[in-house]
Structures are given as structure tokens and as C-alpha cells.
Design a protein. Structure first.
Length: 359
């Protein structure tokens, strides 16, 4: 071989070795090859520069809490009428309700309307009591939800038929309730998630379709003066509704409100403290309509409100345009107020009821 050809051969061999080396290096970097060698976990990124995206957080329209699927964003809700007579305390399941409305009934008493996600597991709920008309208007804000009660006022029972409410009246659905032997009637009627799971699963019904409140992690209204000289929000750690002996006190360690009755913390039958992340006080027009002391409660329209979360209070207004629409709450500038994700209590009280607040 001539010297010239030997040079060409050396150049060729060097080039071939470079190509083989590049192929080998690319192969060694291959994720599949590294996995086969056991040098790389299949789920780990190829390199530190591999891009990754945080998953979208889905929130429930019911209570603003994270959920795992779009289906869960609009859950199936059910409402249970719960007794608040002194003989009914401590109640069962009240600490697990996601939303609770408290409104006046006859005899100077109030009644709870406790709303649950139908997927919740709740061993005992009650004592279950009778229906009143105005609770139906709040139920309507959650789509075609089932209404659990035992009997009711004549007006309420008539409206249940008129509105085609998904009615679960103990008078006709006895197997889905039970009476305990440790209390006197009528303060001893209960239901549970086991009961409602069975009924809902076996009852054809429309899927849920409704719009919830606005939720946020941050409390937007800030301390300061508006043009009228009043504060946009203020620090309030204690609120009392003296008419009913009801109060809420802010627990700064939990960053939640604890419920008081007659200045004592309220616990449910399981020993769980009654807490809320947002408390709303809604002033409404009421009137006594019969000798039994039954009332009308104006749920549609607008009026004053107080909005409490994160240890602060906003003087607000409420608006509900019709029976099926959502009751919404606004600050003095007309901005809708956002609820804190978690448990919610709405205190519905007559116009002119005095509140005592302190910080």
C-alpha cells in the first residue's frame, strides 16, 4: 500500500471510531437503556432541565375545598332539618356539615338546616325535625338536592309538592330514619350517610347543576377608611346574637370560628367542637303568621349582612334575585365577597336584631 493510501486509511479509521463513540454515548444517555441497566427509575426525569407542570387544582363549588375530578366540583348535596331545642343538644353530625343555615322558628327557637356532600360518611345526623317554607329557598341554591325532614308546617308541605322538591319525609320514608331510646320524642329521630347512600343510589334523579359561592385563600377587604369615613373591614374576634344566646369566637391558633351557646363552646354528640371557616350574619324581614308562632322569612330580595372570616368583619349586603338563584354577599363597593374554603355558617336573623362585637 502506498504511503498516500495509508494516510487515507488512518483518516477513515479515526472518523469511524468517532462515529462509533458518538452512537455509544447517545445510547448510554437513552432513558430506556438506563432503565434496562437499572441506573434510572422509570418515573424520574431524564435530566434536571426536564420541564414539569404543576397539576391544576380543582375546587368544589360547595365548600371551596380541593377535589380530585371535575365531577366532584359540583357534588350532590342533601339538606337535613336539625332540632335546636335545648332537649336536642348535643346534636349529632353537626360538626361534619359543610354548610349550615340557622333561622328562627316558633317559640323563640332556631332550627338548623345542615347541608352535606352526599359522598360524606356520617354515622349519625339529628335530631331530625320538621320542614319550614324558607329552608326550601336555600335548598334550591344547590340544584335538585334531597330534603330530609319529619313532617312540616302546612305551608312547607304544600310548597314541597308545588316545587317538586326531592322530598325525604320520615312519614313516608321511615326505613331511612330511626329513633333512639335515650331521648324523648320528638328529639330522638336520626338518619345517617348509610341511609342516604342507599336511598340516593336507588332513586333515579337528575344530575346536579348549580353555581356556588366565590372562594379564595386571601381575605381581600383591607383595613382602611372608605369615602364615607367608615372602615372597609375591622378586626372582630367575638360576635354575639343576644336574641338567641348565640355567639362565635375566633380561635387564632386554628384560624377558625368556634360556636358558642349561652357563652359556652358547643360540641356535638361525638365530642367534636362546632367550627366554621366563614360566618355570615344575614338580616331579613320576618313576620309571625299564625297562633303557633310560625314565621315568614324573606329570602328573596336584599338587605344588610355581616361577613366574618380570618378574624375580620365586613359590613356587607346580601342579594337573592329569585328563589332558585344564589344568595350572594357584597362589600360597600359592590364587590362580591369570597368565602374561605371550608365550613360555612349562615346566621339568618330578623331585621333590627342587635349584635355585640369585640376584638
Amino acid at each position: 500500500m502506498s504511503p498516500k493510501n495509508k494516510i487515507y486509511l488512518k483518516i477513515f479509521l479515526v472518523g469511524l471510531l468517532v462515529i462509533i463513540g458518538e452512537i455509544g454515548w447517545i445510547t448510554l444517555k437513552s432513558p430506556d437503556f438506563l432503565i434496562q441497566l437499572g441506573l434510572k427509575n422509570k418515573s424520574s426525569p431524564v435530566s434536571a432541565t426536564t420541564s414539569s407542570f404543576a397539576p391544576t387544582v380543582l375546587l368544589s363549588q360547595f365548600d371551596g375545598m380541593p377535589v380530585s375530578s371535575t365531577v366532584e366540583q359540583i357534588p350532590e348535596v342533601l339538606g337535613v332539618m336539625i332540632d335546636n331545642h335545648p332537649d336536642a343538644r348535643p346534636q349529632a353530625g353537626l360538626s361534619q356539615a359543610r354548610v349550615v343555615y340557622e333561622a328562627p322558628v316558633e317559640g323563640g327557637l332556631t332550627r338548623y338546616f345542615a347541608l352535606f356532600n352526599s359522598n360524606q360518611a356520617v354515622a349519625k345526623v339529628g335530631p331530625v325535625r320538621s320542614a319550614r317554607p324558607y329552608f326550601l329557598d336555600w335548598l334550591a341554591e344547590y340544584g335538585r338536592s334531597s330534603y330530609w325532614h319529619s313532617g312540616g308546617s302546612p305551608d312547607a308541605l304544600n310548597l314541597i309538592k308545588q316545587y317538586s322538591v326531592w322530598d325525604v319525609n320520615e312519614f313516608f320514608f321511615g326505613p331511612y330514619f330511626w329513633r333512639s331510646s335515650d331521648r324523648e320524642a320528638p328529639h330522638n329521630l336520626y338518619t345517617s350517610s348509610e341511609k342516604w347512600h342507599t336511598l340516593i343510589a336507588g332513586t333515579p334523579h337528575d344530575s346536579a347543576n348549580w353555581m356556588g359561592w366565590s372562594f379564595s385563600r386571601d381575605f381581600l377587604p383591607q383595613t382602611g377608611s372608605r369615602s364615607d369615613g367608615t372602615a372597609s373591614s375591622s378586626e372582630v374576634t367575638d360576635l354575639r346574637i343576644r336574641m338567641y344566646g348565640v355567639g362565635w369566637t375566633y380561635d387564632s391558633s386554628l384560624k377558625r370560628y368556634a360556636r358558642l351557646i349561652n357563652n359556652k363552646l358547643l360540641y356535638d354528640e361525638a365530642g367534636q367542637k362546632i367550627l366554621a371557616d366563614t360566618v355570615v350574619v344575614q338580616f331579613v324581614d320576618t313576620d309571625v303568621i299564625d297562633e303557633e308562632g310560625r314565621r315568614t322569612v324573606a329570602t328573596v330580595g336584599e338587605g344588610e349582612a355581616r361577613f366574618l372570616r380570618d378574624g375580620r368583619m365586613v359590613r356587607a349586603t346580601w342579594k337573592k334575585t329569585d328563589r332558585d338563584s344564589r344568595t350572594r354577599f357584597y362589600d360597600a363597593g359592590g364587590n362580591e365577597l369570597s368565602f374561605k374554603p371550608g365550613q360555612i355558617w349562615v346566621e339568618v336573623i330578623p331585621q333590627g336584631t342587635l349584635l355585640e362585637v369585640s376584638s
